[in-house]
Design a protein around this ligand. Sequence first.
Ligand code: CU
Length: 153
Amino acid sequence: MFARRQFLTAAITLAALPAFAHSYTAGEVEIGHPWSRAAPAGRTGAGYMTLRTTGAADRLLSASSPAAERVELHTHIHEGAVMRMRPVTDIPVTPGETVELKPGGLHLMLVNLTAALQPGARVPITLHFERGGDVTVELAVERAGAAAPAHAH
Ligand SMILES: [Cu+2]
């Protein structure tokens, strides 16, 4: 009886791990639910996530990934009826605000993918913060065209 209870506790702990492992911290910055969308090799992919500081202001300065030739920080701007992507030099993380990198807004652009991003895959990407330093997170790849991560709460 006692042994069985211990086994159940262990099983529950293991089941809880993937969700827990999918948020990260860099210094005082919390990175939530990094995700991406399926894309073919040689094209561009996107990185989405939330950024929040529990302490001082910070800035995301750059990012890199073995899955792409380079990673750029982008935003979308309206030019008349047309939405265009524009590089930004950094992404500020201000106390009290949650920065959302999402389709149609700020995002990381993975330029020249070294391999296709397949739904269900996890793609490592290293974020470089001014204060928080470097942290490697995993983008959970959703199907092409997904508007939001399937695992968002
Ligand atoms: Cu872009």
